[in-house]
Design a protein around this ligand. Structure first.
Ligand SMILES: *Cc1c(COP(=O)(O)O)cnc(C)c1O
Length: 453
């Protein structure tokens, strides 16, 4: 029998996270205060985040110890398996060797608990009683609900109202782990009341939900806020994926030529790619790392590199990143986790320096890829993950044309068991190709009055 599943022992759960900032040739530019345009220091983040996470956000130390208690909770689903995708290889009739790391086996079904758990842990250590956050499709809200429940902390999730109504099972999951889930905009916050006064039937947005969660954290002493992607410490926590994957590739006697992962804010991409990128930076290896994004929200492939707000309302510091402009409203694609106008600062700098690559895929194409995967490998991927699979298929086809047997590794960052409506829409022909015009991008970028780099 051929080896399909490459597993690790519990003792092999990494005991350190990798911080790529230590190895970057050009360090990330500092965040700026939106009023003064001066670089802001870590103390500006203190009302929102616990001190240890702020330290991790700004450190240039290369390795950060993972607390035992965090590793202990990781062991519920880590180490995660790596699979050789024999079925997909056969379906594509490609000489390429395809491997994937599967993060969908976590309690909430994606990679997000890898950071939710340490974030909850450090808040608990500093005496915090409650964490607030926003969620769109519900992946991040469920991961944080699970993590807070473990540390006996309250979790308030502001869920975009339209998703709250469309995704009842995600809400029920969060309630099962004891979280309070509110349909945002609510009447609990000033931000929410302001929106409701203008439009009592507002469907909400991620931007509004962030404003509500941040306001609740900033105005209460025992409460902090948590973010599920974009920030340096979040990307770093996800490197457990790539560190395990490296051991598994060694065990398989192979090494990837190409690494692929879907891209929303950059955390699952960073998680898989950064430990391998270290080999490029330190040892002169040449592993291509490709981020896959939706054609309807193409910040990496069609955005600009400049300072912009992390949220829609303009409450966060200005961050140097690839962006489509904070007013950009992506089409309502099913891959909710990829509908973000910007990108993490570290991944943006790496793309600017051409150390990573980006690709975009259209909606019908990604579902075609997801269905082929489900039929050849079994697991039904999250719509977000389908973007990565579309890139893998394109690269595997190229191998066939060129007659080269490259090794491709990708991150299957979540299952799609709660996303069957998306697949159903695809089967009934409701998912159409959405062409984003250059004028639409220009209109949103023209509204930006933030500093150019
Ligand atoms: C949140 C999410 C993403 C996108 O976020 P990143 O920070 O870019 O990883 C992708 N896939 C799934 C399944 C998600 O839940």
């Amino acid at each position: 029998m051929k080896t399909r599943k490459i597993t690790l022992d519990e003792k092999e759960i990494p005991d350190k996270w990798y911080n790529i900032v230590a190895d970057m040739p050009n360090k990330p530019l500092p965040p700026l205060h939106p009023g003064t345009l001066e670089p802001i220091g870590p103390e500006a983040l203190a009302p929102l985040f616990p001190m240890e996470l702020i330290k991790q956000e700004v450190t240039a130390d290369k390795w950060i110890d993972i607390p035992d208690e965090v590793r202990n909770i990781y062991s519920i689903w880590r180490p995660t398996p790596m699979y050789r995708a024999y079925g997909l290889e056969k379906a594509l009739d490609t000489p390429a060797k395809i491997y994937y790391k599967y993060e969908g086996g976590s309690p909430s079904g994606s990679h997000k608990p890898n950071t939710a758990v340490p974030q909850a842990y450090y808040n608990k250590q500093e005496g915090i009683k409650r964490i607030t956050t926003e969620t769109g499709a519900g992946q991040w809200g469920s991961a944080l609900s699970f993590a807070c429940q473990h540390f006996d902390m309250a979790c308030d999730v502001y869920m975009v109202k339209i998703s709250y109504n469309h995704k009842p099972y995600r809400k029920m999951m969060m309630n099962t782990w004891g979280a309070n889930v509110f349909a945002s905009p609510t009447d609990q916050t000033e931000a929410g009341r302001k929106i409701l006064a203008q439009d009592p039937d507002s469907p909400g947005s991620l931007g509004i939900a962030i404003s509500e969660a941040v306001e609740m954290a900033a105005t209460r002493d025992d409460t902090k806020y948590a973010l599920g992607s974009v920030l340096n410490h979040v990307l770093m926590h996800q490197t457990v994926i790539g560190l395990e994957a490296m051991k598994q590739m060694e065990k398989a006697g192979d090494m990837p030529d190409i690494i692929v992962a879907p891209f929303g804010g950059g955390s699952n991409f960073a998680g898989l790619a950064f430990p391998f990128l270290r080999l490029n930076l330190e040892e002169g290896k040449n592993i291509r790392c490709i981020a896959s994004e939706p054609a309807s929200c193409p910040k990496l492939t069609r955005g600009v590199f400049r300072y912009d707000f992390g949220d829609t309302v303009g409450m966060t510091p200005l961050l140097p990143m690839y962006t489509l402009g904070h007013d950009f409203v992506p089409a309502p694609i099913h891959a909710g986790g990829l509908r973000y106008h910007g990108a993490g600062v570290v991944v943006s700098q790496l793309l600017k320096d051409k150390l990573i690559e980006a690709r975009s895929h259209n909606d019908p194409e990604i579902f075609e890829a997801g269905v082929l995967f489900a039929r050849s490998e079994g697991i039904i991927p999250a719509p977000e993950a389908n973007h990565g699979i579309a890139t893998v298929i394109a690269e595997a086809k190229k191998c066939k044309e060129e007659g080269t047997a490259k090794t491709i590794l990708f991150n299957l960052c979540g299952h799609g068991n709660f996303d069957m409506k998306a697949y159903d829409d695809y089967f009934s022909g409701k998912i159409v190709k959405h062409e984003l015009s250059q004028e639409e991008i220009k209109a949103s970028l023209d509204m930006l009055n933030t500093p150019e780099i």
